[in-house]
Design a protein around this ligand. Structure first.
Ligand code: C5P
Length: 236
């Protein structure tokens, strides 16, 4: 039976957060941002392994932050996200047909419902796919002086999220080929697209936002605080 591996690339510098520590360690409702998605993967019974890919010189990580029998901490961070993921695929023990779900360390709003939806939609798919949301806003292309050059059609445009889920052998081949061709895929799906394949889009939710700028942290706190209040009302 195919196993389910999660890879969390967590080796970025997070320079747009203007913070001294990498963004995945910033406090989010008084615990480190990264622990929110880790807990979702630990709790889902379909997930077998959670591989956390840290920067080789990461000095903040400690097992006191999070621990679980599924967790495998590796120092496989590379210069790009694609390199971090490829280094990790080369390090882990997995079969060609095992599923790999790559999830940004900086997306704390993932829920078990969204994760289960992705797993159900893709576990029999021949290509694999990703969570994404249809574009809601009108898209403007800017010129060099930050003036609108043109309005792009938003029809059929989706915003990619994570997890992105592909079989181990296919994903590894795709990333190796992209590297050999000097292509720079910004997500795993793009590497699969370079092979001429079409990943499936599974409707995600806005709450699964990526923390990039300081204001994103406030938004994520507001969303997760509502969840916590609902949970405590349910228990009382
Ligand atoms: O920088 P960005 O927010 O796009 O990064 C997305 C994810 O990829 C983050 O979890 C980040 O830590 C990770 N990453 C990585 N190695 C890099 C660059 C980014 O693991 N060299």
């Amino acid at each position: 039976m195919a196993k389910f591996h999660v890879i969390i690339p967590a080796a970025g510098s997070g320079s747009r957060m203007h913070s001294e520590i990498p963004k995945q360690y910033l406090p989010l409702l008084s615990r480190p941002l990264i622990t929110w998605c880790l807990d979702v993967f630990y709790a889902n019974t379909k997930i077998d392994y959670v591989h956390l890919a840290l920067h080789p010189q990461d000095e903040v990580w400690s097992h006191q932050l999070s621990n679980n029998p599924k967790l495998n901490v590796l120092r496989t961070g590379g210069d790009t996200r694609a390199q971090t993921v490829l280094n990790t695929l080369e390090e882990i023990d997995a079969d060609e047909n095992d599923w790999v779900l790559v999830h940004d360390a900086a997306r704390p709003g993932l829920t078990d419902a969204l994760l289960s939806k992705l797993l159900d939609a893709l576990q029999d798919d021949i290509v694999g796919g990703l969570l994404a949301i249809p574009l809601a806003d009108t898209l403007k292309r800017a010129d060099a002086s930050q003036r609108v050059e043109k309005t792009e059609s938003r029809e059929d445009l989706w915003q990619a999220q994570t997890p992105q889920m592909f079989q181990y052998g296919l994903l590894k081949r795709a990333l190796i080929k992209a590297q050999a061709n000097h292509q720079q895929p910004t997500d795993e799906a793009q590497a699969i697209e370079f092979l001429g394949l079409s990943p499936k889009l599974v409707a995600g939710e806005l709450r699964n936002l990526k923390i990039t700028y300081p204001q994103d942290l406030l938004l994520a706190e507001a969303i997760l605080a509502v969840d916590m209040n609902k949970h405590s009302e349910h228990q009382s």
